[in-house]
Design a protein around this ligand. Structure first.
Ligand code: NAP
Length: 260
């Protein structure tokens, strides 16, 4: 059976692994190794960086990968760029699975910014007690904000530097609307800060902010490489099934046959 590599670290990557596994595909999910106790998908799992695009290309060839699915987080830029280069080098078909971003609705008070630094600069104008849900990485952008208090929610303990006035809340989604409303009320949160991660698992904070008429600072998604992209796991399953049926093409090379 030919193998499928999923670049994971997201809920939809786990859902995809479950669906492909159920259809009899040999699935390997790759995780970066950032989280101490990751939620593991079904099927085979490998953990840790590959060592850049060239090393990923070698890995794809050595493990006879028939199709590569980049299901990493919309803010994980480097691994996605690596996937494009490696797939091209190794001649492996690549598809991107990406959840749509969030869209503003009536009653929302959203403020879009380009990066974490802009988010930090915007906070004091909008509130004094911020719920910060941008993840463990990049928190140093908020270290200089001393005129606001932060509730920093992340999966694993963050590293310094951090904002001077803060509390750390270790937790992971999915979250409920009721839970998010209770959190906002009990900590007297008056501004919410998040990346435009999209999806259902962490959306409840936006609905809770709307219910409490709070401003939300949203960090826009970074630019991504151009690659065929779908939003649903069904489309990936259909694509993988077609790709793994296709026979590998072989071409005569200098030292024998090379896979293209
Ligand atoms: P990144 O900046 O794009 O990646 C940095 C390096 O980590 C990559 O160059 C690669 O190392 C390695 N890497 C990343 N994802 C990998 C994977 N799935 N399998 C193997 N190696 C991987 O990524 P990041 O923003 O640090 O995110 C790391 C992981 O966390 C991603 O897999 C992502 O799906 C997940 N995640 C990220 C966020 C976020 O906000 N960024 C949120 C939730 C989940 P080499 O160059 O050595 O191959």
């Amino acid at each position: 059976m030919r193998r499928i590599l999923i670049l994971g670290g997201t809920a939809e990557a786990r859902e995809l692994a479950t669906e492909l596994h159920a259809q009899g595909h040999h699935v390997i999910t790759s995780l970066a190794g950032r989280v101490a106790r990751p939620r593991l998908p079904v099927g085979e799992v490998r953990i840790g960086g590959f060592g850049g695009p060239d090393a990923l290309a070698t890995w794809l060839r050595e493990h006879e990968i028939a199709a590569l699915v980049d299901a990493t987080h919309p803010f994980a830029q480097r691994i996605s760029a690596s996937a494009v280069r490696a797939a091209d080098q190794a001649g492996v078909p690549l598809l991107r699975l990406e959840r749509p971003g969030w869209t503003e609705g009536p009653g929302d008070r959203w403020h879009w910014v380009d990066d974490l630094e802009q988010a930090a600069a915007r906070i004091p104008r909008l509130g004094a007690r911020a719920l910060l849900t941008t993840g463990r990485q990049g928190l140093s952008a908020f270290a200089g904000v001393s005129d606001a208090w932060f509730l920093i929610r992340c999966v694993d303990p963050p590293a310094d530097p951090l904002p001077p006035r803060r509390e750390i809340l270790l937790d992971r989604g999915p979250y409920t609307l009721e839970g998010e409303r209770t959190l906002i009320d009990s900590y007297e949160i008056d501004v919410v800060v998040t990346k435009d991660s999209g999806g259902h698992h962490t959306r409840a904070k936006l609905d809770a902010a709307r219910a409490r008429e709070l401003p939300v600072i949203l960090v826009r998604r970074p630019p991504r490489p151009e690659v065929d992209t779908v939003a649903g796991t069904d489309e990936v399953v259909a694509w993988v099934t077609a790709k793994s049926r296709a026979r590998p093409r072989f071409q005569a090379g200098v030292s024998g046959f090379i896979r293209r």
